[in-house]
Design a protein. Structure first.
Length: 315
């Protein structure tokens, strides 16, 4: 019986390095139209079980497109996971060939879930959400500079702030238009926004950066986001449980939503008050509320129900 083929691709700005397991074949290609054609021509005959790349901030996008076009399964993983895997193997050196081989070994051992073509839409939405965040940060920074500036400089800053505010309005219109293009995305947005505390931007952030929402159980989704308490026990030592890892941008969005929900969402408000009455530290109680809200959203998305139809016991 033939062994399954796993491929690791180490992506740089202009080049990629490929490693195939088993067999150990490896080579380098330019990230150009001709280079991607050569990559596909070499991969199609071996019919890989899975191709894995690290997330590189967008440099992997043209490779993803090329692989999807030819129905080659591909997964994009967190570079930190691959580096930890390399350390566990004792691979401390870093070269393109070593990195590509380690990624292929990671693919063979871990078998991460392939990315679906819908990732393109999620990435585009995520870029718009991220750009909105960047513009807001610039508005705040310019506002701080304006308070210290005088004369002509202050007028120039005011002009720039007005331009940024106009750009912000345009981004928000594009976000809404983008969501309303498809029935599926519009339905997801409506389900999320039906929950007291969840506004448009939080809903868009969840749709773009947490596509797993509704497809995992409550423990898995909490762990993925980084709000699941993890044990720190060893032998007779029982450490204090804590949360770490996960997706920081989602936790930030959910934190702001939870603060609002603790005032206007009866379920979250009652949960928070009960935890505080039981002696929980406020920070611990807020984290628990974030997890509670996330699990509610996950159950609603899984069952395709809005807040008015939802029973909190389902979480």
């Amino acid at each position: 019986m033939a062994s399954d083929i796993y491929v690791g691709i180490d992506v740089a700005k202009d080049t990629l390095f490929v490693a195939i397991l088993p067999g150990g074949e490896s080579w380098e290609e330019r990230i150009t139209e001709d280079g991607l054609k050569r990559l596909i021509a070499k991969l199609r005959p071996v019919a890989p079980k899975l191709v894995v790349m690290e997330a590189t901030g967008g440099y992997e996008a043209p490779i993803l497109e090329a692989l999807w076009k030819h129905n080659i399964p591909v997964a994009v993983v967190n570079p930190r996971m691959v580096r930890s895997f390399a350390k566990a193997l004792g691979r401390l050196a870093k070269t393109d060939k070593i990195d590509a081989t380690v990624i292929a070994q990671f693919a063979e051992a871990i078998k991460p879930r392939p990315k679906l073509p819908s990732y393109r839409q999620e990435k585009a939405l995520g870029d718009l959400v991220a750009r909105r965040k960047h513009i807001l940060q610039m508005i705040v920074a310019e506002g701080n500079r304006k308070r210290r500036a005088v004369g002509e400089v202050q007028k120039l800053i005011e002009k720039h702030i007005k331009w940024l505010q106009k750009s912000l309005e345009e981004i928000e219109k594009k976000l809404e238009t983008y969501i309303n293009k498809t029935v599926e995305w519009r339905e997801k947005s409506e389900i999320l926004q039906s929950v007291p505390g969840i506004g448009k931007i939080v809903a868009y952030s969840l749709m773009a950066d947490l596509p797993e929402l509704g497809n995992l159980n409550r423990k898995q989704i909490a762990s993925l986001v980084g709000v699941a308490p993890l044990n720190r026990d060893s032998g007779n030592m029982k450490g204090k449980r804590g949360c770490w890892g996960g997706r920081a941008n989602i936790r930030t969005a959910l934190y702001m939503a939870t603060v609002v929900a603790m005032r206007f969402n009866k379920t979250i408000k009652a949960f928070y008050e009960r935890l505080c009455q039981n002696g929980k530290h406020k920070k611990v109680a807020i984290t628990a509320c974030i997890r509670k809200l996330l699990c509610i959203l996950n159950a609603m998305m899984k069952n395709h129900v809005r807040w008015g139809e939802f029973k909190p016991a389902e979480t």
